[in-house]
Design a protein around this ligand. Sequence first.
Ligand code: CA
Length: 742
Amino acid sequence: MELGLCNPVVALMCVAAAIAGLPRARAQSSYYDRVLFDNSLTPDRYFYAQADVQGPSTVETIAGRLPVDGEHFHTPPNALRLHWVSNDGGGWQAHIRVNEWRNRLLHFTGDTLTFWCYESEPLSEQNLPRVVLRDAGRTSSYGVDLAPNLTLNDEDHNFTKPLELAPYFSGLRPGRWTRIAIPIRAFHSSTVHVLDPQKIIAVVFSQDKADGAAHTLLIDDISIEDSRQLVVHTVLPAVRDVTATGYERHVEVAWQPLTNTGVRHYLIYRSLDGGPFEPVGIQVPGIRRWEDFLGATDKHAAYKVAAVDRSFHQGPMSAPVSASTHPMTDDELLTMVQQASFLYYWEGGSQVSGMARENIPGNDSIVATGASGFGVMALVVGVDRGFITREQGAERMLKIARFLERADRFHGAWAHFMDGSTGKALPLFGAYDDGADLVETSFMMEGLLTAREYFDRDTTSERELRDRITRLWQGVEWSWFRRDPKNDAIFWHWSPDYAWFIHFRLAGWNEVMITYLDAIASPTHAVPASFYSSGWAGGSSYSQPHKAEGVELKVGEGVGGPLFFTQYSFMGFDPRGLHDKYTNYFDQNRNMATINLKYCERNPAGYAGYGSDDWGITAVDGPGGYVPYEPNPANKYELDDGTIAPTGAISSMPYLPEASMHALKHFYRDNGSELWGPFGFRDAFNQQQDWVANINMGLNQAPMVVMIENYRSGLIWKTFMKNPEIKQALQRIGFQPDPPKE
Ligand code: CA
């Protein structure tokens, strides 16, 4: 394989290289410029808090992680529990780490470490732990070297000298939460490296005096604050327009966001079945909904919402609203998943450009080209399902089209990532990736061509939209990416500064079939149709029929790869009823999904959870960062660590509707308390490691919206396939209708 799996991996390896010069994050990501910990998504142990213990001292852990306390917390629903015994000759450290995600720039702006503490029995100054700060050292951003095992002895990381906590704990009283504030300048570096307070990556509690007694300290809301803000009390108005909507197992609470920049978070109170109102959750600014997973039907709950300021003063409560959970049909469940995932793009999109973020939470200033193309297809579904009006959809589309016109273009192609305000290309995957990304551009065109056919009415805005999309389509110089007239394939990247330095010849089997379809279909800069067989299908491994998990695969190697191969190109391209000289791609995709399902049922590694309702292995950011996961026990990269992506199984809906629905219900009904969030299913989870992604990904939510719709009505397939250029391209390539079935 010349490209396929290798590229994203290689690209992500480069992430740590260069993020200088990126736009500063805003809105909800400014929350994460202060907050290091607020809550654990998992109720038992916190994945990002690891304890390292040397006997005879002890620290209570669950599989090496600090336990989570769901009864006592400063912000609901939980806090971390540190329970220790310090003995002579032993030692312990509890590392509470930043939860890093793709494109998260560590950029703490404050000068004071603060956290909230609760002790049920008084701790004397003699038996407090000590605290250490650790910064990211030379690895200054999200990268494979930081995440996997919370490596404690990594020399790249700078530790401060342990700080005695006693002077800062004088106000702590048993039985109530107290805020501790320690100026960062009180921490002194333990080496010649000076601590970088902007890049603090962990707060580490450690053994001090060995008194041989058991102590417990609950810790919550760790943040790096501006000392001038610590005591500022912002007068916040009541939250308005609060609504509650009941679904099968959860209630969604929504509100009108406050424009006040002094909001730290929103606090949600619930009264269950007529009981008292209790705080149950918080939501960050920038997201106006919160999902309360009640776990059963016929539960009745009332809610109030209040805003909380930067120094944790709560504003007035909203008026109460209530809702009940109730049984839902399969059809209604499908719509629920589609609508929630659609909102990733509709509510979570960039205000200026209308384009999609790479991930939420993430860097609010950055938009991603491929994710935006997928988002356009989700938008079309959103209009058709009535989530938004047709006029709203057309207006958003015009905003996107106008942005794409003024954004940086390189021979008509766009970069992978752009500044959502200016359209300037951002080389996030390393300095050489500062130009065109043809694959991302082809995903964008897949969406735009769908929209051009869907918005077909004779109105001013829809006419304008079609014209603009046609001009964008005509402007992409696909043939330039041939690089040299001697070549019989197209190449992924071109940079005005580094030309073809990132030398990736595009070849299948993988996600780039749509890139070849677009390039061959172009009305202005087409490549020869023969590139389909010489480029896309030109590798020696493309067509080697074989079996995996007892299922025949005509195309691709091993198990065929991650499931996204069966989704990205086939959100628009309808593979039903036609074949090329190698196979029918509906069969190919169904067989790959079947291999994935069978592998998870067989569960050769014995991972927690795996089974007929718990499958869907595909490339995602797992517990240790990005991995192109695939269900391959023989894979030398060991690309299965127990991580399942809901999008893997759910976006296989057209191929394996029953197994896909089975998984959807399991993810929602059995795992919904951790997995279901304001944009639908969170990106991935790993029951083996008790880990849940706290992000949604722009490349993963839309395939659920679109592939469920293709299963239900075929809408996006029919709409994309109406494009005359695509029809002609398929003919030129040599696709043939399938013979009638016996
Ligand atoms: Ca909390």
